[in-house]
Design a binder for this molecule. Structure first.
Ligand SMILES: [Zn+2]
Length: 313
């Protein structure tokens, strides 16, 4: 085991990808006691090698007729802008399956004027996943479009940041500006899961399995987390709402639903640190995702795309 500061031994030497180029630690991330990078240098503590994941985005809903002011702080309210797509994500290796977010509940979606295309569990089923058997569900944050339907996963642990639960149940929720995208009933239901022991809390960076880790990126909400996954094209990052659209991060134009705009902009930099290349960051709501990546098979066109591939420019 190399000591901190020593060069890893030859047998721990990396494969082609940047398993071995750990992103720099910055003050906002060192607070965590767990530093997954230490173990990502070739092999994990238990000696298991890093697994390679297949990763999918499953589109379940969309929202049209957006104005620039709804997608960007300072955007022109008269200028039309990109639609939003709604996704859940799936990452699976030979030994592990992770569902990332569970989408909105159809009733809540209808009340909020969103158009459901396919229930998220149906998309998972088309990829061979039975929601009832999934053991690990990562909740990037507790907004209605990311946590509805979690009741469809009776076997799962829910991976959540401490900070997100504290935020969703704390003082800021007394303000409509911050509570708008939360459903009090869903948050309360997740609190009940805490009491059942089904929520696994994380504080900052956490490795869930060799090749898959969580990274808190505040900004949009106080405790949002992105997911970094090792794939055959390198480390990709599922940004979730750390970047709603490519343009939010690439043009540094923050999205207007925000807790801390400074942290949101800092988050764009953090996403680039975590991914092997900027194009391997997958934004949380951009319809371009469905165009830049290909469906896993012809029958899934418009429903799912495979993200462990290089996207079209
Ligand atoms: Zn969202």
């Amino acid at each position: 085991m190399p000591r901190a500061g020593t060069v890893p031994s030859a047998e721990a030497a990396p494969a082609a990808h940047s398993v071995l180029t750990p992103p720099a630690f910055t003050p906002d991330t060192v607070a965590s006691a767990r530093r997954p990078w230490a173990r990502l240098r070739g092999a994990t503590k238990r000696g298991a090698t890093i697994e390679t994941y297949e990763v999918f985005a499953i589109k379940y809903a969309s929202l049209a007729n957006r104005k620039a002011s709804e997608n960007f702080i300072g955007g022109d309210p008269h200028e039309s802008a990109s639609d939003l797509d709604y996704f859940v994500w799936l990452a699976r290796s030979k030994s592990r399956t992770f569902v990332i977010d569970t989408g909105f509940d159809a009733k809540v979606g209808a009340r909020r004027g969103r158009r459901m295309l396919h229930p998220p569990e149906r998309g998972l089923e088309l990829l061979g996943i039975d929601a009832r058997k999934v053991m690990d569900v990562i909740i990037t944050h507790l907004h209605y479009d990311h946590v509805g339907n979690f009741g469809l996963f009776p076997s799962a642990s829910f991976h959540l940041q401490d900070e997100e639960m504290a935020y969703a149940t704390g003082r800021h929720m007394a303000q409509g500006f911050f509570n708008y995208a939360y459903e009090a009933g869903e948050v309360a239901a997740m609190v009940r899961e805490v009491y059942k022991g089904r929520v696994r809390f994380h504080d900052g960076d956490a490795e869930l399995a060799p090749g898959l880790s969580l990274h808190r990126i505040g900004g949009h909400t106080k405790g949002l987390q992105a997911v970094r996954v090792h794939t055959r094209v390198g480390w990709i990052v599922l940004a979730s709402d750390a970047a709603h659209l490519y343009a939010n991060m690439n043009e540094t134009r923050p999205f207007p639903i925000v807790f801390d705009a400074g942290a949101m902009v800092e988050g764009y930099r953090r996403l680039r640190e975590l991914a092997d290349a900027p194009e391997l960051i997958v934004p949380g709501h951009d319809p371009l995702v469905m165009r830049r990546y290909a469906p896993p098979r012809a029958g899934l066109r418009g429903i799912a795309v495979r993200l462990d591939r290089r996207p079209k420019p």
